[in-house]
Design a protein around this ligand. Structure first.
Ligand SMILES: Nc1ncnc2c1ncn2[C@@H]1O[C@H](COP(=O)(O)OP(=O)(O)OP(=O)(O)O)[C@@H](O)[C@H]1O
Ligand SMILES: [Mg+2]
Length: 163
């Protein structure tokens, strides 16, 4: 798949991109987020959670490291979503301590990982990646680059149409 680039001009637009993107997600999928503090990773994830009707309040789990939500697909199937924040993780041992390895190997769950830079060797061969970066000139503008790494990625229509 070719990487897709989007420009977001507001928190709300990033949320809507997340919701539109979520339509592509299937159980088992891993989405690895990259981007500095305050880039908008959690905002995008809130959009994904909204698509799956997650009722819990989604916040950056920086202090809890890992949150587990129960959502539902448009077909009304229950789905488990892990929301992980690896910001404070410094070593492979810590990844194991927080249960990140188990999380990544759990079946039929969607995994959303903030600060994937710290995931060590627990990066699956097949994964979505979302890179969010700041714009130098406009404090509310973000560049969001979405990619799928791995085998046989289907082609998806641009998210612009749904946002
Ligand atoms: N276009 C935009 N998209 C997303 N957030 C934006 C945008 N413009 C401004 N913001 C602001 O940037 C902040 C993004 O916060 P968010 O918690 O989503 O970042 P994060 O990448 O998860 O950071 P952290 O690494 O601390 O978890 C919010 O305060 C939001 O209001
Ligand atoms: Mg966050």
């Amino acid at each position: 798949m070719e990487a897709e680039s989007y420009r977001s001009h507001s928190e709300e637009e990033t949320f809507r991109l997340g919701t539109a993107f979520a339509e592509r997600l299937r159980t088992q999928d891993v989405v690895m987020f990259f981007g500095d503090l305050g880039a908008g990773k959690t905002e995008f994830i809130k959009g994904i959670s909204h698509y799956f009707n997650v009722e819990e309040i989604v916040s950056s789990p920086t202090f809890t490291v890992m949150n587990q939500y129960t959502g539902e697909t448009p077909e009304n199937d229950e789905i488990t979503i892990y929301h992980v924040d690896l910001y404070r993780i410094k070593s492979e041992e810590e990844l194991d301590e927080i249960g990140f390895r188990d999380c990544m190997y759990s079946e039929d769950t969607i995994k959303l990982v903030e600060w994937s830079e710290n995931a060590g060797n627990l990066i699956p061969d097949i994964r979505w990646t979302v890179h969010i970066s700041f714009d130098a000139d406009n404090e509310n503008e973000r560049l969001i680059v979405i990619n799928h790494i791995g085998e046989e990625t289907p082609q998806y229509p641009s998210l612009e149409a749904t946002v």
